[in-house]
Design a protein around this ligand. Sequence first.
Ligand SMILES: Nc1nc(=O)c2c([nH]1)NC[C@@H]1CN(c3ccc(C(=O)N[C@@H](CCC(=O)O)C(=O)O)cc3)C=[N+]21
Length: 297
Amino acid sequence: MTTILDGTELADRIEADVATATDRLAEAGTTPGLATVLMSDDGASETYVSMKQRTCEELGINSFHHEIDPDKSAAALFERIDALNDDPEVHGILVQMPVPDHVDKQQVLERIDPIKDVDGFHPENVGRLVAGNARYKPCTPHGIQKLMAAYDIETAGKDVVVIGRSDIVGKPMANLLIQYGAGGNATTTVCHSRTRDLGEKTRSADIVIAAAGVPELVDGALLSEGVTVIDVGVNRVDANTDKGYELVGDVDFESAKGKASAITPVPGGVGPLTIAMLMHNTVKAASLQSETAVELP
Ligand SMILES: Nc1nc(=O)c2c([nH]1)NC[C@@H]1CN(c3ccc(C(=O)N[C@@H](CCC(=O)O)C(=O)O)cc3)C=[N+]21
């Protein structure tokens, strides 16, 4: 029997608790606010940003959306970020990635006031995370930790293989996994496009976290019996559907399910948790900035 790890259900529960914390803060005079900034015409980015706005509204969080023409200069984006840094109603700022090639991503991340950096991508927050003193844990790795905890999937002493070394998922995920404490203490291997023999690594893993952005990279042949499989992929591949595409993970679900004791689906796995933890970080940001303590899930 393979357990399907239900991210949608857990995200709903986390969001209900975040909504309660939002109410407490609002009663104390601070309604949490999240600003999303989109500098892209990409359909997937538009979808994700609108999902974030909608979830804010459901939870009672103020949502402020800003679009910058992707043909504009980086200065246009920086000016907007500066204004949001100065806006007391905005507690969290998310600049949707990727930004256009002519905009230096690192400069964008460093421009955001670290206290408003609810993605946790500013070097100050990355440094805190690596030091074991995270302020805002990056949303996707944080969500994966919550999912494993909810299903009593132990990481301590386990062999975990992370596939992918992105700043958004792979690197922070590996950092959390090697830390002391709950959701950590794992023997962690980070694999990537230059890894010589991926299967050799993944077949000896207790937990495989696939975050390479390659559709169906991981199939049953790469896995051992009883493994836990976490699929971070959200790849849109052309298909004969209403939308003209189909959402495919980094894992070939059917063949992997044949080996796994537990596996996340796509959609309905990690994705919804990413959004839930963004809401969590936004309320934490409002709490820190208003110096009003609230209980968070
Ligand atoms: N600054 C920044 N922060 C991010 O957190 C960020 C980003 N940039 N750029 C892109 C990635 C991607 N991302 C997703 C969030 C939710 C789903 C999600 O909820 N997916 C649904 C399906 C959605 C659909 O139908 O397309 C699911 O998996 O069930 C997916 C992907 C956040 N990202």
